[in-house]
Design a protein around this ligand. Structure first.
Ligand SMILES: Nc1ncnc2c1ncn2[C@@H]1O[C@H](COP(=O)(O)OP(=O)(O)OP(=O)(O)O)[C@@H](O)[C@H]1O
Length: 439
Protein backbone atom coordinates (compact mmCIF):
# COMPACT_ATOMS: atom_id res chain seq x y z
CA UNK A 1 0.00 0.00 0.00
CA UNK A 2 1.58 3.34 -0.95
CA UNK A 3 1.73 6.39 1.31
CA UNK A 4 -1.47 8.10 0.11
CA UNK A 5 -3.53 4.92 0.39
CA UNK A 6 -2.24 4.31 3.91
CA UNK A 7 -3.26 7.83 4.97
CA UNK A 8 -6.73 7.24 3.55
CA UNK A 9 -7.24 3.93 5.30
CA UNK A 10 -8.50 5.35 8.66
CA UNK A 11 -10.99 7.48 6.73
CA UNK A 12 -12.29 4.48 4.82
CA UNK A 13 -12.50 2.49 8.02
CA UNK A 14 -14.38 5.26 9.78
CA UNK A 15 -16.85 5.65 6.90
CA UNK A 16 -17.45 1.89 6.61
CA UNK A 17 -18.10 1.54 10.32
CA UNK A 18 -20.48 4.50 10.48
CA UNK A 19 -22.51 3.45 7.42
CA UNK A 20 -26.20 2.77 8.08
CA UNK A 21 -26.13 -0.41 5.97
CA UNK A 22 -24.35 -3.65 6.76
CA UNK A 23 -21.17 -4.22 4.77
CA UNK A 24 -19.54 -7.61 4.49
CA UNK A 25 -16.61 -8.26 2.16
CA UNK A 26 -14.87 -11.56 1.52
CA UNK A 27 -11.65 -12.22 -0.33
CA UNK A 28 -11.36 -14.73 -3.16
CA UNK A 29 -11.01 -17.59 -0.65
CA UNK A 30 -14.26 -16.73 1.11
CA UNK A 31 -12.48 -15.24 4.15
CA UNK A 32 -14.11 -12.24 5.79
CA UNK A 33 -12.01 -9.11 5.31
CA UNK A 34 -14.52 -6.32 6.08
CA UNK A 35 -17.40 -6.64 8.50
CA UNK A 36 -18.71 -3.29 9.65
CA UNK A 37 -20.50 -2.28 12.88
CA UNK A 38 -23.95 -2.25 11.28
CA UNK A 39 -23.46 -5.77 9.92
CA UNK A 40 -22.41 -6.87 13.38
CA UNK A 41 -25.58 -5.35 14.84
CA UNK A 42 -27.76 -6.99 12.18
CA UNK A 43 -26.24 -10.42 12.58
CA UNK A 44 -25.64 -10.36 16.33
CA UNK A 45 -22.01 -11.38 16.05
CA UNK A 46 -18.85 -10.21 17.76
CA UNK A 47 -15.90 -9.15 15.66
CA UNK A 48 -13.68 -11.88 17.10
CA UNK A 49 -16.19 -14.46 15.91
CA UNK A 50 -15.95 -13.18 12.35
CA UNK A 51 -12.26 -12.50 11.83
CA UNK A 52 -10.42 -15.07 9.80
CA UNK A 53 -13.48 -17.22 9.37
CA UNK A 54 -15.11 -18.42 6.19
CA UNK A 55 -18.70 -17.37 5.58
CA UNK A 56 -20.02 -20.94 5.37
CA UNK A 57 -18.94 -21.51 8.94
CA UNK A 58 -20.54 -18.35 10.23
CA UNK A 59 -24.11 -18.83 9.24
CA UNK A 60 -26.55 -21.61 8.98
CA UNK A 61 -26.72 -21.60 5.22
CA UNK A 62 -24.86 -23.42 2.51
CA UNK A 63 -23.08 -22.13 -0.56
CA UNK A 64 -26.19 -22.22 -2.70
CA UNK A 65 -27.92 -19.85 -0.32
CA UNK A 66 -25.09 -17.41 0.29
CA UNK A 67 -25.21 -14.61 -2.22
CA UNK A 68 -21.62 -13.61 -1.38
CA UNK A 69 -20.35 -17.03 -2.37
CA UNK A 70 -22.57 -17.19 -5.43
CA UNK A 71 -21.21 -13.88 -6.64
CA UNK A 72 -17.67 -14.97 -5.87
CA UNK A 73 -18.21 -18.06 -7.98
CA UNK A 74 -20.05 -16.42 -10.89
CA UNK A 75 -18.44 -12.97 -10.95
CA UNK A 76 -21.92 -11.56 -11.61
CA UNK A 77 -23.62 -9.04 -9.32
CA UNK A 78 -26.90 -9.90 -7.60
CA UNK A 79 -29.25 -7.13 -6.62
CA UNK A 80 -32.22 -6.97 -4.24
CA UNK A 81 -31.94 -10.52 -2.97
CA UNK A 82 -33.95 -11.22 0.18
CA UNK A 83 -32.42 -13.64 2.70
CA UNK A 84 -33.93 -15.02 5.88
CA UNK A 85 -31.75 -17.08 8.16
CA UNK A 86 -30.85 -17.75 11.77
CA UNK A 87 -27.54 -16.42 12.93
CA UNK A 88 -25.27 -18.20 15.40
CA UNK A 89 -27.11 -16.60 18.32
CA UNK A 90 -30.36 -18.07 17.07
CA UNK A 91 -31.87 -14.76 15.94
CA UNK A 92 -33.94 -14.75 12.81
CA UNK A 93 -32.72 -12.14 10.34
CA UNK A 94 -34.17 -10.89 7.08
CA UNK A 95 -32.06 -8.67 4.87
CA UNK A 96 -32.25 -7.34 1.33
CA UNK A 97 -28.82 -7.57 -0.20
CA UNK A 98 -26.94 -6.11 -3.11
CA UNK A 99 -23.84 -8.15 -3.76
CA UNK A 100 -21.05 -7.15 -6.13
CA UNK A 101 -17.97 -8.92 -7.45
CA UNK A 102 -14.81 -6.85 -7.05
CA UNK A 103 -12.14 -6.90 -9.74
CA UNK A 104 -8.63 -5.55 -9.66
CA UNK A 105 -6.69 -5.39 -12.92
CA UNK A 106 -9.31 -7.61 -14.48
CA UNK A 107 -8.94 -10.31 -11.83
CA UNK A 108 -11.70 -11.25 -9.37
CA UNK A 109 -10.37 -10.50 -5.90
CA UNK A 110 -13.46 -10.86 -3.75
CA UNK A 111 -17.09 -9.85 -3.23
CA UNK A 112 -18.89 -7.20 -1.20
CA UNK A 113 -22.38 -7.42 0.21
CA UNK A 114 -24.42 -4.39 1.22
CA UNK A 115 -27.31 -5.46 3.45
CA UNK A 116 -30.42 -3.56 4.44
CA UNK A 117 -32.03 -5.00 7.55
CA UNK A 118 -35.74 -5.53 6.97
CA UNK A 119 -36.37 -7.95 9.85
CA UNK A 120 -38.75 -5.55 11.60
CA UNK A 121 -40.57 -4.65 8.39
CA UNK A 122 -40.82 -8.28 7.40
CA UNK A 123 -42.38 -9.17 10.74
CA UNK A 124 -44.78 -6.31 10.42
CA UNK A 125 -45.99 -7.35 7.00
CA UNK A 126 -45.70 -11.10 7.29
CA UNK A 127 -46.39 -11.56 10.95
CA UNK A 128 -46.63 -15.31 11.43
CA UNK A 129 -49.63 -15.03 13.71
CA UNK A 130 -51.61 -13.43 10.93
CA UNK A 131 -51.02 -16.42 8.65
CA UNK A 132 -54.57 -17.49 9.22
CA UNK A 133 -57.03 -14.81 10.08
CA UNK A 134 -58.70 -16.72 12.95
CA UNK A 135 -58.11 -15.14 16.33
CA UNK A 136 -55.29 -16.89 18.17
CA UNK A 137 -56.37 -18.72 21.30
CA UNK A 138 -54.81 -21.01 23.89
CA UNK A 139 -56.27 -24.02 21.99
CA UNK A 140 -53.77 -23.46 19.23
CA UNK A 141 -50.79 -23.68 21.55
CA UNK A 142 -49.01 -27.03 21.55
CA UNK A 143 -48.20 -27.88 25.13
CA UNK A 144 -47.27 -31.55 25.45
CA UNK A 145 -44.39 -30.86 27.84
CA UNK A 146 -44.90 -30.08 31.51
CA UNK A 147 -42.97 -26.83 31.06
CA UNK A 148 -45.33 -25.60 28.36
CA UNK A 149 -48.41 -26.72 30.30
CA UNK A 150 -47.24 -24.61 33.24
CA UNK A 151 -46.70 -21.66 30.88
CA UNK A 152 -50.24 -21.92 29.51
CA UNK A 153 -51.73 -22.24 32.97
CA UNK A 154 -49.90 -19.12 34.24
CA UNK A 155 -50.87 -17.23 31.09
CA UNK A 156 -54.52 -18.14 31.70
CA UNK A 157 -54.27 -16.76 35.23
CA UNK A 158 -52.70 -13.58 33.86
CA UNK A 159 -55.59 -13.09 31.47
CA UNK A 160 -58.04 -13.40 34.34
CA UNK A 161 -56.09 -11.02 36.59
CA UNK A 162 -55.62 -8.53 33.74
CA UNK A 163 -52.27 -7.44 35.13
CA UNK A 164 -49.24 -6.61 32.99
CA UNK A 165 -47.38 -9.66 31.71
CA UNK A 166 -43.74 -10.20 30.82
CA UNK A 167 -42.99 -13.08 28.46
CA UNK A 168 -39.41 -14.29 28.59
CA UNK A 169 -38.04 -16.63 25.94
CA UNK A 170 -35.76 -17.02 22.96
CA UNK A 171 -36.89 -16.02 19.50
CA UNK A 172 -39.54 -18.33 18.03
CA UNK A 173 -40.66 -19.86 21.34
CA UNK A 174 -44.21 -18.60 20.94
CA UNK A 175 -44.28 -15.31 22.86
CA UNK A 176 -46.45 -13.54 20.26
CA UNK A 177 -48.75 -16.53 20.21
CA UNK A 178 -49.15 -16.38 23.98
CA UNK A 179 -49.65 -12.61 24.01
CA UNK A 180 -52.48 -12.83 21.53
CA UNK A 181 -54.02 -15.83 23.31
CA UNK A 182 -54.01 -13.87 26.58
CA UNK A 183 -55.71 -10.98 24.82
CA UNK A 184 -58.38 -13.20 23.26
CA UNK A 185 -59.08 -14.88 26.59
CA UNK A 186 -60.19 -11.63 28.24
CA UNK A 187 -63.76 -11.44 29.21
CA UNK A 188 -65.39 -9.22 28.14
CA UNK A 189 -63.23 -9.18 25.05
CA UNK A 190 -60.81 -6.28 25.02
CA UNK A 191 -60.64 -3.67 22.28
CA UNK A 192 -57.93 -3.91 19.61
CA UNK A 193 -54.68 -5.85 19.99
CA UNK A 194 -51.68 -3.75 19.05
CA UNK A 195 -48.15 -5.01 18.60
CA UNK A 196 -45.22 -2.65 18.92
CA UNK A 197 -42.36 -4.37 17.12
CA UNK A 198 -39.47 -3.05 19.17
CA UNK A 199 -36.89 -4.65 16.90
CA UNK A 200 -35.23 -1.44 15.83
CA UNK A 201 -38.33 0.68 16.37
CA UNK A 202 -37.71 4.37 16.13
CA UNK A 203 -38.97 7.34 18.09
CA UNK A 204 -41.79 8.09 15.66
CA UNK A 205 -43.32 4.66 16.20
CA UNK A 206 -43.55 5.26 19.95
CA UNK A 207 -45.01 8.71 19.30
CA UNK A 208 -47.63 7.06 17.14
CA UNK A 209 -48.76 4.92 20.09
CA UNK A 210 -50.05 8.09 21.69
CA UNK A 211 -52.02 9.05 18.59
CA UNK A 212 -53.32 5.58 17.71
CA UNK A 213 -54.12 4.09 21.08
CA UNK A 214 -55.55 6.87 23.16
CA UNK A 215 -58.67 7.01 20.97
CA UNK A 216 -59.76 3.54 22.24
CA UNK A 217 -61.54 2.90 25.55
CA UNK A 218 -59.80 -0.41 26.01
CA UNK A 219 -56.89 -1.99 24.19
CA UNK A 220 -54.12 -4.52 24.57
CA UNK A 221 -50.62 -3.36 23.76
CA UNK A 222 -48.01 -6.06 23.17
CA UNK A 223 -44.47 -4.65 23.16
CA UNK A 224 -42.54 -7.32 21.30
CA UNK A 225 -38.89 -7.62 22.48
CA UNK A 226 -38.52 -4.45 24.58
CA UNK A 227 -34.90 -5.48 25.19
CA UNK A 228 -34.16 -4.59 21.57
CA UNK A 229 -35.12 -0.94 22.09
CA UNK A 230 -32.37 1.51 22.98
CA UNK A 231 -32.47 2.71 26.59
CA UNK A 232 -33.66 6.26 25.64
CA UNK A 233 -36.51 4.66 23.68
CA UNK A 234 -37.31 2.36 26.61
CA UNK A 235 -37.56 5.49 28.77
CA UNK A 236 -39.88 7.05 26.23
CA UNK A 237 -42.01 3.91 26.15
CA UNK A 238 -42.12 3.82 29.95
CA UNK A 239 -43.38 7.44 30.05
CA UNK A 240 -46.12 6.54 27.56
CA UNK A 241 -47.13 3.45 29.55
CA UNK A 242 -47.42 5.35 32.81
CA UNK A 243 -49.86 7.72 31.15
CA UNK A 244 -51.79 4.94 29.44
CA UNK A 245 -52.52 2.86 32.55
CA UNK A 246 -56.29 2.82 32.89
CA UNK A 247 -58.83 0.18 33.74
CA UNK A 248 -59.47 -1.82 30.59
CA UNK A 249 -56.03 -1.39 29.08
CA UNK A 250 -53.78 -4.43 29.11
CA UNK A 251 -50.01 -4.43 28.67
CA UNK A 252 -47.84 -7.34 27.65
CA UNK A 253 -44.14 -7.28 26.78
CA UNK A 254 -41.59 -9.83 25.71
CA UNK A 255 -37.84 -10.14 26.15
CA UNK A 256 -35.40 -12.61 24.65
CA UNK A 257 -33.17 -13.27 27.65
CA UNK A 258 -33.04 -13.42 31.43
CA UNK A 259 -34.23 -10.01 32.78
CA UNK A 260 -31.62 -9.89 35.54
CA UNK A 261 -28.86 -10.34 32.98
CA UNK A 262 -30.42 -7.84 30.60
CA UNK A 263 -30.64 -5.23 33.37
CA UNK A 264 -27.09 -5.96 34.48
CA UNK A 265 -25.69 -5.44 31.02
CA UNK A 266 -27.70 -2.26 30.48
CA UNK A 267 -30.06 -3.65 27.84
CA UNK A 268 -33.26 -3.41 29.89
CA UNK A 269 -34.56 -0.48 31.89
CA UNK A 270 -35.35 -1.52 35.45
CA UNK A 271 -38.52 0.63 35.52
CA UNK A 272 -39.82 -1.01 32.39
CA UNK A 273 -39.10 -4.43 33.80
CA UNK A 274 -40.99 -3.67 37.03
CA UNK A 275 -43.87 -2.23 35.04
CA UNK A 276 -44.46 -5.51 33.20
CA UNK A 277 -43.24 -8.02 35.74
CA UNK A 278 -46.49 -8.60 37.70
CA UNK A 279 -46.73 -11.85 35.76
CA UNK A 280 -43.34 -13.01 34.52
CA UNK A 281 -43.70 -16.09 32.32
CA UNK A 282 -40.61 -17.98 31.17
CA UNK A 283 -40.88 -20.10 28.05
CA UNK A 284 -38.13 -22.69 27.75
CA UNK A 285 -36.31 -23.11 24.45
CA UNK A 286 -37.60 -25.99 22.36
CA UNK A 287 -34.41 -28.02 22.92
CA UNK A 288 -35.36 -28.27 26.60
CA UNK A 289 -38.91 -29.51 26.03
CA UNK A 290 -38.52 -31.97 23.22
CA UNK A 291 -41.95 -33.58 23.68
CA UNK A 292 -43.37 -30.46 22.03
CA UNK A 293 -41.46 -31.17 18.81
CA UNK A 294 -43.38 -34.34 17.94
CA UNK A 295 -46.68 -32.93 19.18
CA UNK A 296 -46.21 -29.87 16.97
CA UNK A 297 -45.40 -32.03 13.95
CA UNK A 298 -48.51 -34.17 14.47
CA UNK A 299 -50.71 -31.10 14.78
CA UNK A 300 -49.03 -29.37 11.83
CA UNK A 301 -49.48 -32.37 9.53
CA UNK A 302 -53.11 -32.82 10.61
CA UNK A 303 -53.84 -29.17 9.71
CA UNK A 304 -52.05 -29.59 6.40
CA UNK A 305 -54.17 -32.67 5.56
CA UNK A 306 -57.36 -30.90 6.54
CA UNK A 307 -56.64 -27.68 4.66
CA UNK A 308 -54.71 -28.81 1.60
CA UNK A 309 -55.49 -32.52 1.34
CA UNK A 310 -51.84 -33.42 1.97
CA UNK A 311 -51.09 -37.12 2.38
CA UNK A 312 -48.32 -36.72 4.96
CA UNK A 313 -49.06 -38.39 8.27
CA UNK A 314 -45.78 -38.64 10.14
CA UNK A 315 -42.02 -38.89 10.10
CA UNK A 316 -39.65 -41.85 9.99
CA UNK A 317 -37.79 -42.95 13.13
CA UNK A 318 -34.56 -41.70 11.57
CA UNK A 319 -35.99 -38.19 11.11
CA UNK A 320 -37.56 -38.29 14.57
CA UNK A 321 -34.21 -39.12 16.17
CA UNK A 322 -32.52 -36.37 14.20
CA UNK A 323 -35.17 -33.80 15.19
CA UNK A 324 -34.89 -34.80 18.84
CA UNK A 325 -31.13 -34.39 18.78
CA UNK A 326 -31.10 -31.09 16.88
CA UNK A 327 -30.85 -27.92 18.98
CA UNK A 328 -33.47 -25.79 17.16
CA UNK A 329 -31.83 -22.37 17.61
CA UNK A 330 -34.88 -20.78 15.95
CA UNK A 331 -37.23 -22.81 18.19
CA UNK A 332 -40.80 -23.51 17.01
CA UNK A 333 -40.55 -20.97 14.22
CA UNK A 334 -37.62 -22.84 12.73
CA UNK A 335 -39.48 -26.14 12.97
CA UNK A 336 -42.56 -24.58 11.38
CA UNK A 337 -40.51 -23.09 8.51
CA UNK A 338 -38.82 -26.42 7.97
CA UNK A 339 -42.16 -28.26 7.80
CA UNK A 340 -43.49 -25.60 5.41
CA UNK A 341 -40.52 -26.25 3.17
CA UNK A 342 -40.81 -30.05 3.30
CA UNK A 343 -44.56 -30.24 2.84
CA UNK A 344 -44.65 -27.76 -0.01
CA UNK A 345 -42.38 -30.06 -2.02
CA UNK A 346 -44.07 -33.32 -1.05
CA UNK A 347 -46.49 -35.02 -3.45
CA UNK A 348 -47.91 -38.43 -2.55
CA UNK A 349 -45.59 -39.43 0.30
CA UNK A 350 -47.18 -40.45 3.58
CA UNK A 351 -44.13 -40.07 5.83
CA UNK A 352 -41.31 -37.55 5.91
CA UNK A 353 -38.07 -39.39 5.24
CA UNK A 354 -34.47 -38.20 5.67
CA UNK A 355 -34.21 -37.65 1.89
CA UNK A 356 -37.07 -35.16 2.01
CA UNK A 357 -35.21 -32.88 4.44
CA UNK A 358 -33.83 -29.80 2.68
CA UNK A 359 -30.11 -29.83 2.02
CA UNK A 360 -29.42 -26.88 4.35
CA UNK A 361 -31.03 -28.73 7.26
CA UNK A 362 -29.22 -31.96 6.49
CA UNK A 363 -25.92 -30.11 6.43
CA UNK A 364 -26.69 -28.30 9.69
CA UNK A 365 -27.72 -31.45 11.45
CA UNK A 366 -24.91 -33.50 9.95
CA UNK A 367 -22.54 -34.78 12.57
CA UNK A 368 -25.21 -35.10 15.25
CA UNK A 369 -25.00 -38.84 15.06
CA UNK A 370 -21.34 -39.22 14.26
CA UNK A 371 -18.77 -41.31 16.03
CA UNK A 372 -15.31 -39.71 16.34
CA UNK A 373 -13.70 -39.26 12.95
CA UNK A 374 -10.94 -41.59 11.78
CA UNK A 375 -8.19 -40.77 9.29
CA UNK A 376 -9.76 -43.30 6.90
CA UNK A 377 -12.82 -41.03 6.73
CA UNK A 378 -10.73 -38.71 4.59
CA UNK A 379 -9.67 -41.26 2.03
CA UNK A 380 -11.42 -40.85 -1.31
CA UNK A 381 -12.48 -44.23 -2.69
CA UNK A 382 -14.50 -45.39 -5.64
CA UNK A 383 -17.11 -47.22 -3.64
CA UNK A 384 -17.63 -44.37 -1.16
CA UNK A 385 -20.09 -41.52 -1.75
CA UNK A 386 -18.29 -38.19 -1.99
CA UNK A 387 -19.19 -35.58 0.61
CA UNK A 388 -19.92 -31.99 -0.40
CA UNK A 389 -16.56 -30.17 -0.26
CA UNK A 390 -17.39 -27.85 2.61
CA UNK A 391 -18.64 -30.76 4.73
CA UNK A 392 -15.41 -32.61 3.98
CA UNK A 393 -13.36 -29.55 4.95
CA UNK A 394 -15.32 -29.12 8.18
CA UNK A 395 -14.77 -32.76 9.08
CA UNK A 396 -11.10 -32.45 8.22
CA UNK A 397 -10.81 -29.38 10.42
CA UNK A 398 -12.46 -31.20 13.31
CA UNK A 399 -10.13 -34.16 12.90
CA UNK A 400 -7.02 -31.97 12.61
CA UNK A 401 -7.87 -29.83 15.64
CA UNK A 402 -8.57 -32.85 17.80
CA UNK A 403 -5.27 -34.43 16.80
CA UNK A 404 -3.34 -31.17 17.31
CA UNK A 405 -4.85 -30.73 20.78
CA UNK A 406 -3.94 -34.29 21.71
CA UNK A 407 -0.38 -33.76 20.51
CA UNK A 408 -0.04 -30.73 22.79
CA UNK A 409 -1.76 -32.39 25.75
CA UNK A 410 -4.80 -30.13 25.43
CA UNK A 411 -2.76 -26.98 25.96
CA UNK A 412 -4.62 -24.26 24.09
CA UNK A 413 -1.73 -21.78 23.90
CA UNK A 414 0.74 -24.32 22.52
CA UNK A 415 -1.77 -25.78 20.05
CA UNK A 416 -2.79 -22.32 18.82
CA UNK A 417 0.87 -21.42 18.34
CA UNK A 418 1.55 -24.61 16.42
CA UNK A 419 -1.46 -24.00 14.19
CA UNK A 420 -0.57 -20.34 13.62
CA UNK A 421 -3.82 -18.95 15.01
CA UNK A 422 -4.92 -16.90 18.00
CA UNK A 423 -6.03 -18.59 21.22
CA UNK A 424 -9.48 -17.01 20.81
CA UNK A 425 -9.81 -18.38 17.31
CA UNK A 426 -8.85 -21.88 18.46
CA UNK A 427 -11.18 -21.69 21.46
CA UNK A 428 -14.02 -20.57 19.23
CA UNK A 429 -13.44 -23.48 16.86
CA UNK A 430 -13.22 -26.01 19.70
CA UNK A 431 -16.40 -24.65 21.25
CA UNK A 432 -18.08 -25.09 17.92
CA UNK A 433 -16.89 -28.67 17.74
CA UNK A 434 -18.22 -29.37 21.20
CA UNK A 435 -21.62 -27.99 20.28
CA UNK A 436 -21.91 -30.36 17.34
CA UNK A 437 -19.53 -30.65 14.48
CA UNK A 438 -22.16 -29.59 11.88
CA UNK A 439 -21.52 -25.95 11.00
N1 LIG B 1 -46.35 -23.89 21.49
C1 LIG B 1 -46.66 -23.55 20.22
N2 LIG B 1 -47.71 -24.13 19.63
C2 LIG B 1 -48.03 -23.85 18.35
N3 LIG B 1 -47.34 -23.01 17.59
C3 LIG B 1 -46.28 -22.40 18.12
C4 LIG B 1 -45.89 -22.63 19.47
N4 LIG B 1 -44.80 -21.89 19.73
C5 LIG B 1 -44.54 -21.20 18.61
N5 LIG B 1 -45.42 -21.51 17.64
C6 LIG B 1 -45.42 -20.98 16.27
O1 LIG B 1 -44.07 -20.66 15.96
C7 LIG B 1 -44.00 -19.42 15.28
C8 LIG B 1 -43.18 -18.45 16.10
O2 LIG B 1 -43.88 -18.08 17.28
P1 LIG B 1 -43.91 -16.59 17.85
O3 LIG B 1 -43.88 -15.58 16.73
O4 LIG B 1 -45.03 -16.49 18.80
O5 LIG B 1 -42.49 -16.59 18.58
P2 LIG B 1 -41.81 -15.42 19.44
O6 LIG B 1 -41.28 -16.05 20.67
O7 LIG B 1 -42.74 -14.28 19.62
O8 LIG B 1 -40.60 -14.98 18.51
P3 LIG B 1 -39.87 -13.53 18.45
O9 LIG B 1 -39.19 -13.32 19.77
O10 LIG B 1 -38.89 -13.74 17.34
O11 LIG B 1 -40.92 -12.52 18.13
C9 LIG B 1 -45.42 -18.94 15.08
O12 LIG B 1 -45.86 -19.28 13.79
C10 LIG B 1 -46.20 -19.67 16.14
O13 LIG B 1 -47.51 -19.87 15.75
Amino acid sequence: MDKIEKALFPLYEFAVNRAGVGIHAIDKNGRTVIYNHKMKAIEGLELEEVADRSIIELFNFNQEESTLLKVLQSGIEQLNVKQTYWNRKGNEITTINDTYPVFSNGELIGAVEIARDVTALEKFILHPLRKNSDPVTFNQIIAASEEMQAVVSTALKASQAKLPVLLIGESGTGKDLLAESIHNEFSPVNGPFYTLFCHRSDESLIDRLDEDLTEHDAFTLFCDRIDLLSIPLQQKLFSFLKKAVQPGNQFIASIGDDPVELIAKGALLKDLYYFFASFAIRISPLRKRKEDILAFITSYLAKRRERFGSSLEGITTEVEELFLRYEWPGNMRELEFLLDEITSLASTESVITYDMLPLHFRMKSNGLNDTPLQDTDFVVQHQKDLLPLDQYLKDAEAYYLQKAMKLHEDNITKTAQALGMSRQNLQYRLRKLKNGRGD
